[in-house]
Ligand binder design. Structure first.
Ligand code: NAP
Ligand code: GLV
Length: 310
């Protein structure tokens, strides 16, 4: 069986393809090339693939994603209903997402941002001790990423709630489900951590209407996708002081343009889409297992429900 390998706009990705080939010697791997002839692939292994990949390789029956979010796959030209989309499940990313959220939360709640600001002036100024019950955390999405984030923050005794479509319940986490429970979830939240997948339902979810329902002086941590956030609404709510800060890892345009106002905003902290990297060893092992299941004619785990978009 042949596989086409496409990693963003990089034509050659030997650091991924060599271990994949070693893990799956029964598969013949080919690099995707913008102007190369079709190779007759039945499998595609991708990250942010070119839009015309499936038109160029119409024999592909399953696409394996080297990441958790499949939004880039759902926009592929020629994506037939019978093509299986399979995503990474955790593969070492959930703990990284939890670390990232913990860093952003602790920086605000323990006022490390304040100490960073006064260090250069040699100021010794202890701030009031944390009142933990006032740092209510709300996690959007309680899937593989959100559940780990919520459990990690709850283990540090922050009051944590999770919101998902189904209202998934986890021990020690207050559970909210569906649009009808969203107002109550937002109203009790001071630090909002977004781990939703990007779908038609969740695009522009972080907007004036939702963010203004958070507690006064709230913080946003966006580690989902840039298209979740209406950027001008965030800027307006920071301006009024309704939001006090934002830690953003993902953006509508990546790389974030150098003249974007987020770069210089004093209340915004930026990282370049690194909240959770796809770790090579874990990812290759997981993809190889899923490919073998597919080749046996069975259903691998991590299959995307096309009707839901995640
Ligand atoms: P997942 O396991 O599929 O979980 C998705 C969660 O979102 C589920 O709890 C689901 O609810 C909930 N959800 C989906 N649509 C919803 C809606 N319309 N309303 C309410 N809840 C909704 O996905 P995952 O593995 O946790 O990954 C989540 C996302 O994290 C990815 O799609 C990606 O965008 C992002 N991510 C970012 C990075 C980074 O480096 N920044 C790294 C990895 C992942 P149910 O439980 O009810 O189905
Ligand atoms: C990274 O953003 C992922 O979805 O894995």
């Amino acid at each position: 069986m042949k596989a086409i390998f496409a990693y963003a706009d990089r034509i050659e990705s030997p650091t991924w393809i060599a271990p994949l080939q070693a893990a799956l010697p029964e598969v013949e791997f080919h690099h995707w090339r913008p102007d190369g002839p079709p190779v007759g692939a039945e499998l595609a292994i991708v990250w942010n693939p070119p839009r015309d990949l499936l038109r160029r390789e119409p024999g592909v029956r399953a696409v394996f994603n080297l990441g958790a979010g499949v939004d880039a796959l759902l926009g592929l030209d020629g994506l037939r209903d019978d093509i299986q989309l399979v995503r990474l499940e955790d593969a070492g990313m959930a703990v990284q997402m939890a670390e990232y959220a913990a860093y952003a939360l602790i920086r605000a709640s323990r006022q490390f941002d304040v100490y960073e600001g006064v260090q250069a002036s040699g100021t010794w100024a202890p701030q009031p001790a944390i009142r933990r019950k006032e740092w209510t955390v709300g996690v959007l999405g309680m899937g593989v990423m959100g559940a780990r984030v919520a459990q990690t923050l709850a283990a540090m005794d922050y009051p944590v709630a999770g919101w998902s479509r189904s209202g998934k319940a986890l021990p020690g986490i207050e559970s909210f489900g569906g649009r009808e429970q969203l107002p109550a979830f937002l109203a009790r939240t001071r630090v909002l951590v977004n781990t939703l997948p990007l779908t038609d339902d969740t695009r522009n979810f972080l907007c004036r209407e939702t963010l203004s329902q958070l507690m006064q002086g709230s913080y946003l941590v966006n580690i989902g996708r840039g298209d979740h956030l209406v950027e001008e609404d965030l800027l307006a709510l920071l301006e009024t002081g309704h939001l006090k800060g934002a830690t953003l890892d993902v953006f509508r345009t990546e790389p974030l343009p150098s003249d974007h106002p987020f770069w210089t905003h004093p209340a915004i902290t930026i990282t370049p889409h690194v909240a959770a990297a796809s770790l090579k060893e874990e990812s290759v092992t997981q993809i190889a297992d899923k490919v073998r299941v597919f080749m046996r004619g069975e259903r691998p785990t991590g299959l995307v429900a096309r009707s839901k978009g995640y």
